[in-house]
Design a protein around this ligand. Structure first.
Ligand SMILES: C[S@@+](CC[C@H](N)C(=O)[O-])C[C@H]1O[C@@H](n2cnc3c(N)ncnc32)[C@H](O)[C@@H]1O
Length: 206
């Protein structure tokens, strides 16, 4: 008798990666995306995805969405999320400015996490820093009234400039980063190196 072989489907049932160049820069419907109405936490600049992976595993009742501009790191994260099959994770591959402006609904985020964004130390490059007024304005639109944010950096000058921006738009509170276990690869590396690490939390003003 002829043997019937079933091809194993290579694609995971869930698409963990979102590339808006193909799917479109449309407003996301988080309930449809995650299949639940749980709170959504956003990380901007996810690197290799350590924060997304560990947070999503530890807090299955929260959905974790990452934005990562680099195609290389996006692919690394997408593979890791698919391998771990954490249903409460997704990663978007594009610049945060465009994603925030086009894809994130109003008052939809409960948390915003920004860890070690590129410091752009040279004077003429500083306008490229992630934590700048146009990003803060978008964050104000997409954060829920009860939402909170975390901004962490090792670069004092870039940190203080970003903190000033956040203070203009949000209520802020300085924190000692060492009070929290390392959340990302950069944080783990820099702590071993003994670099100073700066942290500020921010909230929508009531
Ligand atoms: C210095 S790494 C830090 C990675 C990670 N957050 C960590 O702490 O280990 C900064 C990351 O942010 C990403 N990134 C920089 N600017 C971005 C932007 N405008 N939108 C999205 N991702 C961005 C970079 O590609 C890079 O992966």
């Amino acid at each position: 008798m002829e043997e019937v072989r079933h091809e194993a489907t290579a694609k995971p049932a869930v698409a963990f990666g979102i590339n808006p160049r193909f799917t479109g820069f449309e407003r996301l419907d988080f309930e449809a995306l995650f299949g639940n109405a749980n709170r959504v936490a956003l990380e901007i600049g996810s690197g290799k995805g350590r924060f997304l992976m560990t947070s999503a595993a530890a807090r299955p009742d929260v959905n974790f969405l990452g934005i990562e501009k680099s195609l290389h790191y996006y692919r690394v994260i997408e593979k890791r999320l698919a391998r771990a099959a954490l249903p409460n994770t997704r990663i978007i591959n594009h610049d945060a400015l465009r994603v925030l402006g086009a894809m994130i609904p109003d008052a939809s985020l409960s948390e915003v996490h920004i860890y070690f964004p590129d410091p752009w130390p040279r004077k003429r490059e500083q306008k490229r820093r992630l934590v700048r007024p146009e990003i803060a304005e978008l964050l104000l639109r997409v954060m829920r009234p009860d939402a909170s944010g975390v901004y962490v950096s090792d670069h004092q000058d870039a940190f203080l400039a970003g903190r000033d921006v956040l203070m203009t738009y949000f209520a802020t509170e300085d924190r000692n980063a060492l009070d929290t276990p390392p959340r990302t690869n950069y944080e783990a590396k820099y702590r071993i190196e003994g670099r100073p690490i700066y942290e500020v939390r921010f909230r929508v003003r009531s």
